[in-house]
Structure formats: C-alpha cells, structure tokens
Design a protein around this ligand. Structure first.
Ligand code: NAP
Length: 533
C-alpha cells in the first residue's frame, strides 16, 4: 500500500499571529509544547497588519493597549502618542515577535482550511491551503474578532473601472487620493478615522451614510512624559486598577445615575468627558447603557455638539444619530464632523435613497448617480465568528462548527464549545472581547488556556471538552446580561446585524471583572463545566 507523507506532529496548532497568537506561542513554548502558528498574512500583527487605511489608530490609550506579561517589555517600550497609530502598533507586534524569538515557529502566508478531531488519537488533523498536513493535540483559534471583512454584495462592484479598496484589506503601498473623486461607503470607526485624511487630499469626497454614528474627539497628542513615568513607576498597579473597571480599561467610572443629577451638572460632566476625549465618555454615568432615559441625555448632548461643529444645519441633522449612544460601537475621531464643513465633502444619505448598484463610472443610489474614480468600502467585518466559520472545523461526531453555530455561536466562557474537544478560542463570542480592552483580555484568555493545558499535561490527561449543560447555562447568562442593557436595541455588528443572513445574537459578554472571576473559579474548581479524560 502506498501512503502519503506523514503529517508533521505538533502539540499545539495556533491559528493567527495577531496579539493572541503571539502571546499564545510564547506561553505554549513555556510549557515545553511543540507549537506552530499559522498566519495568512505576510507578517504578524493581525488586525494591525491588515487595517492600514489612512488615520488607522487605536482608541484605547497606548499605555493600556499593550502586553503586561513581561515587566521588561512594558518598561522598555515607549509609545509616542496618547493613541498609537497603526504603524506604531504594528512595529510593537513585530518587536514582540523578535524580542521573544517567536518568528521561527510562525508560518506566514498560510491559512488553515480544515481541522478535524480524531477521538482515537485525541488529536486534530489540520490541513493548510498549501496542502500540508499536521497533527496537533490542541487547536487554538487566535483569529481575532474583527478580521474577516464584510464586503456588501453590491451589484456591479466588479465592473467599477476605478480603484476599489476595503479599509480592512488596505494595500501596503500608499494610496494616492490627490485629484481623485472618492466615494466612502460607511460611517463606522474605520470611515470616521479615514474620512478627514482622505478629504484633505481628494478632489472631492462623497460619504455614503446609512446610519449616523456618535463620535467623541480623541484629543490625541504626544504621550506626556510625566504621565508615562507615573504609569511606569507602578505599571502592575496601573494594570490591576484598570482590570477592576467594567471594560477592563481605565475609563474613570462614575457610580451615579445620569438622572440623579441636574441637567446643568450632567452637561458639565459630559462636557468634561468630551474635553478629555475618547471612549471614557460612556462611563460618564453608571446607567448609560442600561436606562434609555439616562442614555437619551447623552444622545442629546452629542447631537448638540454635532450641530455646534457642522455649519450646515441639514448636514448636521443628517450626521446626528438617533440610536442609543454606545449601542453601535462608539467612535473616536480627529476632526470628523468638522470635515463636513469642507467645500469638497458631500454627505449622501443612503438610508432614504439606498445604494442600487455600482456602475463602471461610480455609484448609483435610488435617486442619483455619483461619478467616482475611487471607492473606499469602510463596511466593516463579519465580526467575532467570521474567521472561525471560514475554516472547516469538525468535531469527533463529524459535526462542523458552522452546523453547531447555525443559530448563533454557543460557547462556554467564550473559550470552548461542546462537541469540539481540545479546542480553544481566544476572545471568542461569549467573552468580554470587544467590550473590553482587547490586549488584557487576550492575555487573560491565553493565560487561562495555557494553565488549563498545563493542568492536563501534568496529569497525563488527553482530552478536555466543555459540557453541553455548562455551555447552555453560560449562553443563557450572556443573554440575560445583554438583555439588561440597551445593546440589543439597534442593528450593530455586536448582534451580527451588519451581515445579511447572520443570526441575530448578542455575541460579547459585558463585564470584564466578573468574567475573570468566573474563569478563575472554573479553573480552581478543577475545570468545572468541562469533561477531562
Ligand atoms: P462598522 O462599524 O461595522 O461600520 C461599517 C459601516 O458600513 C457602517 O456605517 C454601515 O452602516 C456601513 N455599511 C455596511 N454595509 C453597508 C451597505 N450595504 N450599504 C451602506 N452602508 C453599509 O465597521 P468599521 O468601521 O470597520 O469598524 C468595525 C469595528 O472595528 C469598530 O466598531 C471597532 O470596534 C473596530 N475598529 C476600531 C478602531 C479603533 O480602535 N479606533 C478603528 C476601526 C475599527 P450601518 O451602520 O447602517 O450598518
């Protein structure tokens, strides 16, 4: 009998070399496990590798949006700005890969196509798009929450004669907007960051808006050396303090409810948060995400701001959102609303007159045609589940992850899913993930997974699987928490509502501190809710 080449034997296969995959590799190596990371990009950095559009930067402060696992690393790395740019974050990811000698176990430009668990060997058979085969005792998806792009199925898109870009797949070479008639579709975070810069160069810019979004000014600036020194004097204490806050990020919390104070006091608080800049606006009052009336006061304040900035009252009205503040991810900008005062910028309402098709020469809505040389699709992502579901992942029964999650993702703690042994997701659906500071959340998940695998290895155990009961009760709890909030009230990507046909399920878990407590409790109770054998 002729047999093909034997699969390469690994202990751990990790999919994705973003911040989760890099730290995952570091921890698995520390356990002495043969680990390989598979990354479809030509470099590390994950979302920060792909999202190179103009203006891309993080809206969590750089001193917080970074690893804490190595005191030396966090002391020696110097961020230049309050909010780091994409190139700087990418340099940081590359520095980490080099500093911890990670590259030798990262296989770039390789996608995992298929992974199937074999009960007889208690291991995963993994195949790549290069036709290679691996066996791995553990499979870890570090595929990120916002990595599979959402490309709307616009009729005629392929016929457009000009240049087309998606913000989440931006080219490595600079894109030249000078002298061009540019159209941007979308007004989420990516659009809100890129529009002010595109407008500076383009001959004309049309912004096609379906839903207006709230945005808070970043007030970005060079990082204050005194602030940096203060943080670095007790970086561990700074991290520990932030980990106790609801989003796991240093937004100054306020225990009060918005309706417990006078309007004047409320407006002063909102103004002060507006002047500070950034996502901390949402922590102005404890009930903003829970009480519609409280939230309405924040919405009114923000709509007033838009009217103060934007000179044309009709344009200001169109830019004024009517949904709950924070229901769609709050944006952070530099000069976004002010950009609509420019002569070369036009806002087009595609809610009242939807996009019909893309033509050879531009974009057609229900009531007009716009001639364009360049189309920028800032249309977001198939968030949280997209990348996982693009891989053919099969449990021992032959069931695919896609079949299991057909009605929406079901996980235990966002870390595991029943029917799929020795399989972990980093910041998966059902974990705080996108409702938290991502890098500390990633570290918490990777540490939990590494400790769990270490526990199995020490005891000679071969298999771990979440029980259906534990998963069901966790899913119910995630939904219960979401239903107490205002999050389900609008069409957000948190609910999968941006992708036609995607089940409407609120995917992230709100509350970083109670979540971490629950994970620790599960581990200290001998991995309660999991079957170990
Ligand atoms: P997004 O928030 O999902 O925004 C996509 C935009 O495209 C929305 O305005 C959406 O309108 C519009 N759109 C989608 N399909 C459309 C269609 N068929 N016709 C017309 N409009 C359409 O995507 P994103 O801006 O890329 O941001 C995604 C997430 O990534 C953010 O929420 C954030 O978590 C993260 N991010 C973070 C940063 C940062 O750290 N600063 C920067 C960028 C992104 P509707 O709202 O009507 O669906």
């Amino acid at each position: 009998m002729v047999s093909g080449p034997q699969p390469v034997a690994l202990d751990v296969a990790i999919v994705g070399a973003g911040f989760a995959g890099l730290f995952g590799l570091h921890r698995m190596r520390g356990l002495g496990l043969r680990t390989r990371v598979f990354e479809r990009g030509a470099g590390v950095g994950g979302t920060w590798y792909w999202n190179r559009y103009p203006g891309a930067r993080c809206d969590i402060e750089s001193l917080e949006y970074s690893y804490q696992f190595s005191e030396e690393l966090q002391q020696e790395w110097h961020w230049t700005e309050r909010f780091a740019t994409q190139p700087e974050i990418l340099r940081y990811a590359e520095h980490v890969a080099e500093r911890f000698d990670l590259m030798r176990d990262i296989q770039l430009e390789t996608s995992i196509d298929r992974a199937a668990f074999d009960d007889a060997t208690a291991s995963w058979s993994v195949t790549t798009d290069r036709g290679e085969s691996f066996s791995a005792r553990y499979l870890i998806l570090a595929t990120g929450c916002l990595s599979s792009t959402n490309l709307p199925d616009f009729e005629g898109l392929a016929d457009f004669a000009g240049e087309t870009y998606h913000t989440g797949r931006w080219p490595h070479d600079p894109v030249d907007f000078r002298g061009k008639r540019v159209g941007v579709v979308g007004t989420g975070s990516s659009a809100i960051q890129s529009i002010p810069l595109i407008a500076q160069d383009a001959a004309s810019l049309h912004v096609f808006q379906r839903t207006a979004n709230y945005s808070i000014p970043a007030h970005n600036a060079p990082l204050d050396p005194e602030h940096e020194a203060r943080v670095k004097a007790d970086y561990r204490g700074f991290r520990a303090h932030n980990a106790q806050l609801p989003f796991g990020a240093g937004f100054a919390p306020n225990e009060q409810g918005a309706l417990e104070v006078s309007q004047a006091e409320r407006d002063a608080e909102y103004e002060s948060r507006w002047q500070t800049g950034g996502l901390g606006f949402l922590s102005a009052y404890a009930d903003l995400l829970f009480d519609a009336e409280a939230n309405r006061t924040a919405g009114e304040f923000l709509r007033r701001k838009i009217h103060e900035i934007v000179r044309d009252p009709e344009v200001a009205a169109l830019l004024s959102p009517d949904q709950v503040v924070g229901c769609k991810r709050l944006c952070v900008d530099t000069g976004y609303f002010d950009t609509f005062n420019r002569e070369n910028v036009t806002l087009v309402d595609v809610r009242s007159a939807p996009i019909r098709r893309i033509t050879k020469t531009g974009l057609e809505t229900a009531d007009a045609h716009y001639d364009l040389d360049m189309l920028v699709l800032a249309t977001g992502f198939d968030a949280m589940t997209g990348s996982a579901l693009r891989i053919d992942i099969r449990g021992p029964s032959g069931q695919t992850l896609g079949e299991k999650w057909a009605e929406g993702p079901r996980t235990y703690l966002g870390l595991a899913t029943s029917g799929f042994p020795n399989f972990f997701t980093v910041t998966g659906p059902g974990s705080p993930s996108v409702l938290s500071n991502m890098i500390p959340s990633i570290e918490q998940h990777v540490n939990w997974i590494a400790d769990c695998i270490g526990h199995l290895e020490q005891r000679g155990l071969k298999r771990i699987e979440a029980t259906r009961e534990a998963e069901e009760s966790w899913v119910a709890h995630v939904n219960e928490v979401a239903d107490e909030t205002l999050y389900p009230s609008c069409n957000s990507w948190y609910l999968g509502a941006n992708v036609p046909g995607k089940p409407r399920v609120f995917m992230p878990y709100l509350g970083f501190p109670p979540y971490v407590e629950k994970c620790d409790e599960v581990a200290s109770n001998g991995y309660e809710g999991f079957l170990l054998s």
